[in-house]
Design a protein around this ligand. Structure first.
Ligand SMILES: Nc1ncnc2c1ncn2[C@@H]1O[C@H](COP(=O)(O)OP(=O)(O)OP(=O)(O)O)[C@@H](O)[C@H]1O
Ligand SMILES: [Mg+2]
Length: 371
């Protein structure tokens, strides 16, 4: 048993509380194994037994290489963490073994403080948010949107501008009452064009024009827009890491991303006593994802979080959250988060969310500018 477990037990016994570290580890949903300096498995929790389809007594004493491919991305991450003596995380790690089948996992590897050379490895099947992001990356989900967007542009926008023009002409010669009606036609036509324009963004698959972007400038601009517009009564809290390097991105599109996220957060807390939106930035050197294969790995150390204390995301909405036209708002289009997912995936980044009572957080992970 790892020393830290023994330690926890001793501490629990000393304090007279019924704390059983193994019971706690057993209840965790993440498959957790502990390996020693020669990657021999010293501990495996219940979730690990389930993932690798073997009992803890069979797993312990064996080598990590027996259960995961020794040249695969997971073993590479373990070696990296060992070499750097630092925690490492990777998202989008494909685990493909006879026992586990093919799964996409988030993996965290951390050295054990009180046992030099020992590592704690925890694996969790990846969140739905990330999978949708990847789908968009592969353009499969976006394809139907793309086709629809170009259809709408041709079949709806052009005739609409004709209708609008005709209504305007009619309005010039009309009386007071009729002019109200022609104005109504113009306003509604404008609304449809605005909606089509939002959808059209999805069909834009030109390569992104990228450069170094200071994410704090982006957040500052969005916050000012919000405070003077849709979020007048919302309290903003900023927790910025001032030493954050520049993002490799497109400033206008990133403004759009955070505008959408902050608008959702503001809408979630609107009318709520003590409602606040927390914007934070951080540098997490450990976050890497592998794209498709084990060979190419993108480093995504910049983490921007938009958190609110609103009512949370309804459970039944979560699996579809990033799909277009998913909305619970009477006047919502349900395009805000779909656009966030598209832009972030164009940047090679990741978007994730967590939502529990009175705390909803959207986390964006982005690459650093090359220079
Ligand atoms: N911070 C949040 N808190 C609670 N629910 C949220 C939050 N963000 C998004 N949602 C839920 O996800 C749905 C989809 O969000 P999305 O931004 O895609 O569309 P929308 O906000 O409904 O419409 P639009 O953004 O086009 O105005 C929302 O209707 C809401 O139910
Ligand atoms: Mg929205």
């Amino acid at each position: 048993m790892p020393q830290s477990l023994a330690f926890l037990r001793r501490e629990a016994a000393r304090k007279g509380v019924g704390l059983n570290a193994e019971a706690i580890l057993g209840a965790l949903p993440a498959a957790t194994v502990v390996v020693d300096e020669s990657t021999t498995i010293r501990y495996a929790n219940a979730a690990a037994e389930q993932l690798f389809q073997a009992s803890a007594s069979i797993l312990t004493g064996g080598n990590l290489a027996d259960i995961v491919p020794p040249n695969g991305p997971l073993s590479a991450l373990v070696e990296q963490s060992r070499a750097a003596d630092a925690p490492m995380s990777a998202h989008g790690v494909i685990l493909d073994t006879p026992k586990t089948g093919i799964r996409t996992m988030s993996v965290h590897v951390a050295p054990m403080v009180d046992s030099p050379g020992w590592l704690v490895i925890s694996l969790q099947e990846q969140t739905r948010a990330l999978k949708i992001g990847q789908q968009l990356e592969h353009r499969s989900a976006a394809r139907s949107m793309t086709a629809m967007a170009s259809m709408l542009a041709h079949e709806v926008k052009n005739p609409l501008s004709g209708i609008r023009g005709a209504a305007q002409l009619l309005g010039q010669g009309a009386g007071e009452e009729d002019r109200k009606l022609t104005q109504l036609i113009c306003d509604e036509a404008d609304r449809i064009v605005a909606l089509v324009n939002r959808i059209e963004v999805f069909s834009d698959d030109r390569p992104l024009e990228r450069g170094p972007v200071n994410i704090h400038v982006v957040l500052e601009r969005v916050r000012r827009l919000a405070e003077n517009g849709f979020a007048k009564s919302v309290k903003f809290v900023e927790r910025y890491d001032p030493s954050l390097p520049s993002v490799d991105g497109n400033q206008d599109q990133l403004v759009q991303v955070f505008l959408n996220l902050i608008k959702n957060a503001a809408e979630a807390v609107s009318g709520k006593e003590g409602g606040e939106v927390v914007l934070s930035t951080a540098y997490r050197p450990g976050v890497r994802i592998s794209v498709n294969s084990s060979s190419e790995r993108i480093h995504l150390p910049l983490v921007v979080t938009v958190q609110d204390n609103g009512s949370g995301i309804p459970e039944d909405l979560r699996p579809y959250l990033f799909d277009p036209f998913v909305t619970t708002k009477p006047k919502g289009s349900g395009l805000g988060l779909a656009l966030v997912a598209k832009i972030i995936s164009d940047h090679g980044g990741i978007v994730e969310f967590e939502s529990e009572r009175a705390r909803t957080a959207f986390r964006i992970m982005l690459p650093v500018a090359r220079d």
